[in-house]
Design a protein around this ligand. Sequence first.
Ligand code: PMP
Length: 387
Amino acid sequence: MTASEVRALFAVASRPEVVSLAGGMPNLAALPLDSLSGEVASIISKDGLVALQYGSAHGLPELRDQICEVMALEGVTGHPDDVVVTVGSQMGLDMVTRIFCDPGDVVIAEGPSYVGALGTFAAYQADVVHVAMDDEGLVPDALREALRAAESAGRRVKFLYTIPNFHNPAGVTLAVPRRAEVLDICRQHNVLVVEDNPYGLLGFDGQTYPALRSMDPDNVVYLGSFSKTFAAGLRVGWVLAPHAVREKLMLAAESATLCPPTLNQMIVSRYLATHDWKGQIKSFQSAYRDRRDAMIAGLEQHMPPDCSWTVPAGGFFVWMTVPEGVDTKAMLPRAVTARVAYVSGTGFYADGFGSRQMRLSFCYPTPERIQEGVRRLAAVLAAELEL
Ligand code: PMP
C-alpha cells in the first residue's frame, strides 16, 4: 500500500490562501441543517435504543427499500434483499475486490480511473490494465483488445471496473449506445462488470442515463452512495449484487465492520422519507453547474494554447491535458507556491502514465475562487512554457 497522491496533497491544499482545485469534497452549503438536527434529535429520543445498537450486516430493511427507489431513477430494478448497505461505496469496492481478486489477477479499468479504487486494487495485489477513453467514455474496441491480450497472455481477468457517469477524474460519460456493447463484450469474455455510480444523479440538466446494471442485472455489481447526493460524512453507501455474490458480500462485511452504523442509516432513511431529497439534488445540480461554467469560462479565457480539457455534463471534475514538455507532477510545488492546487494525472493511473494531465475539481470553491484559481494556474503553466 502507498499513500495516494491526493491524500499527500490534502494538508497543503487546504491552507486558506490556496485555491484548491484538488480535492473532491462535496459542497454541502445547501443542506437544511436546522431541520436535519431536529430529525437526528428525534431519532435519538424516540428510537435511541435501536439507533445506538448493533444492527445486521445486511443493513436496515427500510433503508434498503428506499435505496431501490433511488436506483429506479436510473432504470435499476433490484430486490431490497440483494442490497447490502456499506460504509460508503469505498467499502463496497474493498469488499468486491477482496471477494474476487487473488494476487496477480487482472482488473480492467478505464485510464484514468478513480484513485481510491486503484488504491484498493493495489492493496489486494490485483494488476490493473487500463483501457482508453474518449469523449464518449470507455472505447469498446480498446476493451476488446485488452481482454484478448490478457487472455492470450494466460492472465485471469476478474472484472471490469467502470464509472459510466460523469467520470472521476475524466469528466466524461459513457455514451448510451456503447453501454450495450461494453456489456456484450464482458459477457462474451465471461468477465463481471463492477459499475461505480456515485455521480449518476448529478447531471447538470437533470438528465440520467440507464445504469449498466439495468441492462444486464446478472453480470453487473452496482456500487451506490449517498456521499454526493446527501452527506459524505455519514458514510452510507450500498452494493446491489447478483444473489450469489450478495451472500459473500455479507460475510465480507461482517468480518470488516460487523454492521454499518445504525444511527447513520436511520438518518439517511428519515431524510429520504421526510425531506424533498429530489429537490435537494436539483439544488446540488445547479450549484455544481454554476461552478462547472465558471471553470470552463476561466479555462477558455486564460489557458495558454495547446491545452485541452473535457467539458463534463455532470459530476465534479474536468480533466486537462497540457502541452508537451510540461510535467504536471513536477509542476505541482510551483503551482502551490502560486496558491493553486490540482491533482497530477499520474495519481489516476496504475502504470505511471498521466504526467501531461491533471484533474481539476470544481465542486467545492465558489465560482469566483474557481476563476481566480484557474487564472493562477494558467500563469504557472505559461511560466513553465516560458511564454
Ligand atoms: N467511487 C468514486 C468514483 C468516487 O469518486 C468516490 C468518492 N470520491 C467513491 C467511489 C467513494 O465514495 P464514498 O465511499 O464516499 O461513497
